[in-house]
Ligand binder design. Structure first.
Ligand code: ATP
Ligand code: MG
Ligand code: MG
Length: 586
């Protein structure tokens, strides 16, 4: 069954469900104010996951892995998955990114069942929780400079040292923290830190900062706040307020888990949160060859115009994939095929391309396109005449019917389908040879015309009148060559973009064998100079009236989609999504 392959996360969820872990809520004392939070009413026996992007860029293929994992688990175990914006960094976040993320998650067919959540909507809760930690002696205001804090943090092998401000009284801490919030201090003058253990082996437990001063406008809360929670403080609280049961993240957060647990346990002891608390679970992130999956690098590619924007079909962004004609179902197939684990590994781009091919092969109707045209003249067919040939829309789905393709005296064929002097094993058109025009007639090549430079400009042939496909005579001809063609008079000439991989090296920027010691490579040096080719191709007339985002297999060429940005009504332009075969395989 799709999506049901087991993995360590599913095993853990099934064990939790079997034990009834989430069926009962326990509070220290009376249920605290968080009990009434909007996230609460859900059948407690189900699971609740979340996808928590920071709205500071466009989503990429790595995010798709996380999205399909989190929404897939919620679907399979009768739960819900929250789309939550982790927007605690005012300077980097923008509404434009929020919108693009909403679109991308919807496009992947994931449904979060209500409005999305925003970490910034919990700023008041977070502030109150911080105050409660101060009151309980679990947090203090530190007034060291960033440098002094760094010096006292210690190293992996040496314990840190206590800040001289660590023993401030609760009253003084409360006073300073409220004045931080009131805007009395400049950025960086003070921070609020958790009071844990400066000698902890895990450096993340050496009194991590939990609040900082930032006089900055926020995309959601405007100028309401000038103190903002640190990510490591905010994230566990967001999860707990939404009653997330399984908080799934990538492996680089493993070292943060002890603080995640420390924080939520303290808040639960104070009666502010209920048990069971959310559990953080880490899995290995997606690493994919021939692309870069880092917002920082993607921003550089866009800003420096190496690509034509966030939705450039060559970029590994989800908006780019959508324009390219990759499909949500193809990503679903990919997510199932690569699975989840805790082992870091690289997935080859061909795995993703194969998934897209498989999905498009099953669904895309077939059409004819001539990408590198050469004129073919049927010399025994009258110039004014025309007739129809019937072509099946999908070889595996006869229920999709057939369409009519006009046939006339002058046709376009692919240049590679004619050779004046054939090489051994060549079965297509050469003088004297018989070949079939697919869904049409068998023809015999009689010669060609050349221009002054010797370039072939037209091929001549005669058709066999009794050989039309679908008529009884057709079976009398056994020919090996089978060409696609378009009636020149009826053709729709359109712009077609042939995309290839954005990088020519599997690990952009990585060292190569033979590189001098210490030599650094720049991933930009590995850009594939031939990643985009624009051609003007001849398409069968039925393609003139397709809608943006409709996908087709152009027979013998690959899968193409009508571009959702540049297509005009009656004038679609096409992007090649993926070739028919893996052209990168040896
Ligand atoms: P980047 O590393 O590209 O800057 P990010 O991790 O900062 O991305 P977020 O918006 O914070 O981006 O990520 C949202 C979610 O997507 C997080 O849970 C994160 O772990 C997950 N995620 C990000 N990149 C990948 C990846 N390559 N594979 C799987 N999950 C990922
Ligand atoms: Mg991030
Ligand atoms: Mg990151």
């Amino acid at each position: 069954e799709p999506g049901k392959a087991t993995n360590f996360i599913r095993n853990l969820i099934e064990a939790d469900l079997a034990a009834g872990k989430h069926a009962q809520m326990r509070w220290a004392g009376q249920p605290g104010p968080a009990a009434a939070h909007a996230g609460a009413p859900l059948d407690a026996a189900k699971i609740r996951t979340r996808f928590p992007p920071e709205p500071n860029g466009y989503l990429h293929f790595g995010h798709a892995k996380s999205i399909l994992l989190n929404f897939g688990l919620a679907r399979d175990y009768g739960g819900v998955c929250h789309l939550r914006f982790d927007d605690t960094n005012p300077e980097k976040e923008e509404r434009e990114y929020v919108e693009s993320i909403i679109d991308a998650v919807r496009w992947l067919s994931c449904d979060w069942g209500r409005d999305q959540y925003y970490a910034s909507n919990y700023f008041a809760w977070m502030y109150e929780f911080a105050v409660a930690l101060i009151e309980a002696g679990h947090a203090y205001v530190d007034s060291q400079t960033a440098e002094e804090m760094r010096e006292r943090r210690g190293t992996l092998t040496a314990a840190g040292q206590d800040s001289p401000y660590r023993s401030r009284s609760v009253e003084e801490n409360l006073d300073l923290f409220s004045r931080m919030k009131a805007g009395e201090f400049a950025d960086g003058a003070h921070v609020l830190r958790a009071k844990i253990d400066m000698a902890a082996a895990n450096i993340n437990l050496r009194d991590p900062a939990i609040y900082r001063i930032r006089h900055a406008s926020h995309h959601n809360t405007g100028d309401a706040w000038c103190v903002y929670p640190m990510y490591t403080f905010a994230h566990p609280i967001e999860d707990a307020l939404e009653h997330i049961t399984h908080s799934i993240c990538t492996l680089e957060f493993e070292d943060q888990r002890p603080f995640y647990d420390w924080l939520l346990e303290r808040l639960a002891e104070l009666g502010l949160l209920a048990w069971p608390l959310p559990q953080q679970i880490e899995f290995s992130r997606l690493n994919l060859t021939y692309v870069v999956l880092s917002k920082r690098k993607l921003i550089q590619l866009v800003d420096e115009n190496h690509v034509a924007g966030w939705d450039d079909p060559r970029l590994p962004t989800l908006v780019g994939a959508r324009r390219r004609g990759f499909t949500a179902q193809g990503f679903q197939l990919f997510a199932e095929r690569i699975g989840v684990s805790k082992a870091d590994s690289w997935i080859d781009m061909s795995v993703l391309e194969d998934c897209m091919r498989e999905d498009l092969n099953a669904r895309a109707e077939r059409r004819i396109a001539v990408l590198d045209p050469l004129k073919l003249i049927i010399t025994n067919y009258p110039a004014e005449a025309e007739e129809s040939c019937l072509a099946p829309n999908h070889p595996l789905k006869p229920e999709l019917g057939k369409r009519e393709m006009p046939f006339s005296r002058e046709l376009w064929i692919e240049r590679e389908d004619f050779m004046e002097t054939p090489v051994k094993g060549y079965h297509r058109l050469y003088p004297g040879n018989l070949a079939r025009l697919r869904y049409g007639f068998v023809i015999q090549c009689t010669g060609c015309e050349k221009d002054a430079s010797g370039q072939v400009v037209a091929v001549h042939a005669e058709l066999q009148p009794d050989s039309k496909s679908g008529t009884p005579g057709a079976d009398n001809y056994k020919v090996k060559g089978n060409l696609h063609w378009i009636s020149a008079r009826h053709a729709y000439q359109a712009e077609v973009r042939l995309f290839d991989r954005l990088f020519a090296a599997p690990h952009p920027g990585a060292r190569r064998e033979g590189d001098a010691e210490g030599m650094e490579r720049n991933y930009l040096d590995d850009l594939n100079p031939a990643s985009k080719e624009v051609i003007h191709a001849y398409l069968e007339p039925a393609l003139q009236n397709v809608k943006p985002e409709e996908s087709f297999q152009f027979e013998r060429h690959g899968y193409f989609v009508a571009d959702r940005v540049d297509s005009q009504p009656g004038r679609p332009v096409f992007n090649r999504s993926v070739t028919l075969r893996d052209s990168w395989a040896k």
